[in-house]
Design a protein around this ligand. Sequence first.
Ligand code: GAR
Length: 193
Amino acid sequence: MKIAVFASGSGSNAEAIIQATRARSLQAEVALVICDKQGAKVVERAASYDIPVYEYIPKNFASKVAYEEDIVQQLKENQIDFIVLAGYMRLIGTTLLAAYEGRIVNIHPSLLPAFAGLDAIGQAFEAGVKVTGVTVHYVDEGMDTGPIIAQEAVQVEINDTRESLTKKIQAVEHKLYPETLQAIFSLHKVEGE
Ligand code: GAR
């Protein structure tokens, strides 16, 4: 299973996934990282594992269709089977969805459908909920919508701050995402047999 990880920022989830593949707890190869933000830390992280990175600047393309066609070409050239969004802050359009139907997943730092969109951890903190968490889901054309695959709850304690809650959620993400991907890929294998 050759996967491409799409990321826009720090890339801590991308790194957790790469490490799981190297440890063989995730039987897949991260063959490409795609990044839409110049100077994002994920680029350095991927380079430190010798993983090729395709950086693109969306505004240099005439349209979303145009940059997604370009991405699809990169994915095909690298024989990518599956797309993993990890902090990729851009909606997936019809071009990518059609090319990788049923083969795109995302992670979101809340128990969806609660707190979709930007700053989900801040939204949950401000709302004063006592339980939030992490969701892994298939991607459709919506923002943080699409069938849910896995969720894990995180308790918000009385003395939690945004920062401490962020740390707890990230720790869950770094474990849940590789585990869920492994579960998905073993299923694909059985189906493909
Ligand atoms: C992660 O918390 C991920 O769940 C979130 O962005 C962060 C990226 O961190 N994604 C979303 O909010 C998607 N709507 P990372 O770059 O360190 O992996």
